[in-house]
Design a protein around this ligand. Structure first.
Ligand code: AMP
Length: 470
C-alpha cells in the first residue's frame, strides 16, 4: 500500500492503523521528524500539543523497535498522568497491526496494578518521571534493554522539577541509545538537557503558522473579577460550547464548580487534589460528551487530547506565554476550528499585547455576548469597583446634592463620612455642582456609598447616588 504516510518511511502496518484512525496525511512535524528518526538520528523538536507530535515519535518508535521481545525497548517520559494515559492509548492504536504493547505508568494510582501489567511484558512504557523512578528502584522496571527514549513536553517536566528523576532514569538505561526530545518552548534548561544527553541532535521546529493555533480564533473580554461568572454564563447560554474553563487555582476551580452546579449547569471539575479515579471518571465523562463543560487547572488539563472542544475560556488569564499557548492549544485541533476567550481585568491588559507579540497573532477584543431578548441572566452583573477605579483605587460617584442645598465641600464630605461610615482619607476630590456633585471615594467603600448613603435624607431630601462607570 502506497500512501502519504509510507512515502515518508512509516511502515505499512502503522500507516494502515493511521488510515483506520481517519488520518489522511502526515502533519508538518511528522514530515520533518519521521525520516530522520527512522535513521536513529537524535533530535530535539519544538512542537506544541496538537501538532501530531505523538504520532511523529510514535511512528519512529514503532518503525525502529521489535515487537516480539516484550521487554521495554522504548520509554516515553511525560509530565502528567493524563498524558501518560493518552500517549499509551495513542501508541496502542498505532500498534494495532504491528503488535507492540505499551503501558502507562504514573503516580496517584495503585502501584500493584501497574506492576502486574509490567510483569506481563511490554515493548513501550509511557510514564511520569516520579513513578518510573519508583518502579526502577523497586526493581520491577528494567530499562537495560532500552534503545529509544522520548522526552515529551520536556519544558513542562523541567518546570515541574522532574530533572533529578529524569537524570536518574537516564542513568538506568544504556547510554548508547536513540533520544528524542519534544518541547513547546526551547528555554535554556531544555537546550541544556538536549546538549547533555544527545548525540549531535538535529533541531526541528514547526513554524508558527503550521501549528494548530492557526485554527483557533483568539479573543479577550475586559471584565473585572466580580463579573467573570456573569460573563461566563452569558457565553455558556448563548454559544453552548464544549468548553474547558481554566482557573488559576484549585480553590477557584472548586468555587466555580459549586457556583455553576448550583445554577444547574452541567459541569465537572478536575484538579490535582482529586483522587486519580475521580479524575479519570471526569475525563471520560467529558470525552464521551456526558458533560460539556470542564473546569480545570493547568496541570490537570495538560496534554488532554480531545478533538471536539470548541471553546477554551481563560477564566483567569495566565501570566506566562507557555501556559497561554498550552491552554488555547486544547481547541482548534485535528483540523477543526476553535475559539479561545480570555477574561482580562484592567491590570492584566498588558498581557494581551505581550502575548500578541510573542505568538505573532492577534487577540481580538470582544464584548460579552448580548443576552437573548427577553431572557434573564442566570447571574446578574454587578458593579466591579476594582475594574472602574483609577490607578489610586478611587471611583467616582454622582450625588444629588450641591450648592443649592446649602452645602460646601466640607459639609458634603462630613455627610458622607458620617452616613456611609467612610474615613476621611478614603474620600478624594469633590466637585461641587449646584444641584449635584461628583465625589471620589476609594473602591473599598463603593458599596457603602450606594447602599448606606441612599438610606439617608438631607434636609428632607432623599439622597441618591450613581456610580460613574466610564
Ligand atoms: P498531538 O500533537 O500528538 O497531541 O496530536 C494532536 C491530535 O492530532 C491527536 O488527536 C492525534 O490523534 C491527531 N493527529 C496526529 N497526527 C495526525 C494526522 N496525520 N492526521 C490527522 N490527525 C492527526
Amino acid at each position: 500500500m502506497i500512501s502519504k504516510f509510507t512515502d515518508i518511511g512509516i511502515p505499512e502496518d502503522v500507516a494502515k492503523a493511521m488510515d483506520d484512525m481517519g488520518w489522511e496525511e502526515p502533519t508538518p512535524i511528522q514530515v520533518n521528524s519521521v525520516p530522520l528518526g527512522l535513521q536513529n538520528i537524535d533530535m530535539f523538536a519544538q512542537a506544541q500539543t496538537g501538532t501530531g507530535k505523538t504520532g511523529a515519535y510514535g511512528s519512529i518508535i514503532l518503525g525502529t523497535i521489535d515487537s516480539k521481545r516484550k521487554v521495554p525497548s522504548a520509554i516515553v517520559l511525560v509530565p502528567t498522568r493524563e498524558l501518560a494515559n493518552q500517549v499509551s492509548t495513542e501508541l496502542t492504536k498505532l500498534a494495532k497491526y504491528s503488535g507492540h504493547r505499551s503501558i502507562p505508568i504514573y503516580g496517584g494510582a495503585s502501584i500493584e496494578g501497574q506492576i502486574k501489567k509490567l510483569e506481563q511484558g511490554c515493548d513501550i512504557v509511557a510514564g511520569t518521571p516520579g513513578r518510573v523512578r519508583d518502579m526502577i528502584t523497586r526493581k520491577v522496571l528494567n530499562l537495560s534493554e532500552i534503545t529509544t527514549l522520548v522526552l515529551d513536553e520536556a519544558d513542562r517536566m523541567l518546570d515541574m522539577g522532574f530533572v533529578d528523576d529524569i537524570e536518574f532514569i537516564m542513568r538506568a538505561m544504556p547510554s548508547e541509545r536513540h533520544t528524542m526530545l519534544f518541547s513547546a518552548t526551547m528555554q535554556e534548561n531544555v537546550k541544556q538537557l538536549a546538549f547533555d544527553y544527545m548525540r549531535n541532535p538535529k533541531e526541528i521546529s514547526v513554524s508558527q503558522d503550521e501549528v494548530v493555533l492557526d485554527l483557533t480564533k483568539q479573543y479577550y473580554i475586559s471584565v473585572g473579577r466580580r463579573n467573570k461568572s456573569w460573563a461566563l454564563c452569558r457565553i455558556l447560554d448563548l454559544d453552548k460550547p464544549k468548553a474547558i474553563i481554566f482557573c488559576q487555582t484549585k480553590k477557584m476551580v472548586d468555587v466555580l464548580d459549586e457556583r455553576l452546579t448550583d445554577l444547574k449547569y452541567k459541569v465537572e471539575a478536575i484538579h490535582g487534589d482529586m483522587p486519580q479515579s475521580k479524575r479519570e471518571k471526569v475525563m471520560s465523562d467529558f470525552k464521551n460528551d456526558k458533560t460539556d463543560i470542564l473546569i480545570a487547572t493547568d496541570v490537570a488539563a495538560r496534554g488532554l487530547d480531545i478533538d471536539d472542544i470548541t471553546y477554551v475560556v481563560n477564566y483567569d488569564m495566565p501570566d506566562d506565554i507557555d501556559t497561554y499557548i498550552h491552554r488555547i492549544g486544547r481547541t482548534g485541533r485535528a483540523g477543526r476550528e476553535g475559539t479561545a476567550v480570555s477574561f482580562v481585568t484592567s491590570e492584566e491588559e498588558h498581557l494581551v499585547k505581550e502575548f500578541e507579540m510573542r505568538t505573532g497573532m492577534e487577540i481580538v477584543k470582544r464584548d460579552v455576548p448580548d443576552a437573548e431578548p427577553g431572557s434573564k441572566d442566570t447571574i446578574r452583573k454587578v458593579i466591579d469597583y476594582d475594574q472602574i477605579s483609577d490607578v489610586f483605587g478611587m471611583c467616582k460617584f454622582e450625588i444629588n446634592l450641591g450648592k443649592k442645598d446649602g452645602l460646601k465641600k466640607v459639609g458634603l464630605a462630613d455627610l458622607i463620612i458620617k452616613n456611609a461610615r467612610i474615613r476621611d482619607v478614603s474620600i478624594g476630590k469633590i466637585e461641587l455642582g449646584s444641584e449635584s456633585s461628583i465625589v471620589e471615594v476609594h473602591k473599598d467603600f463603593g458599596n457603602r456609598m450606594t447602599m448606606d448613603l441612599t438610606k439617608t435624607k438631607y434636609n428632607g431630601k432623599q439622597i441618591r447616588v450613581r456610580v460613574i462607570q466610564d
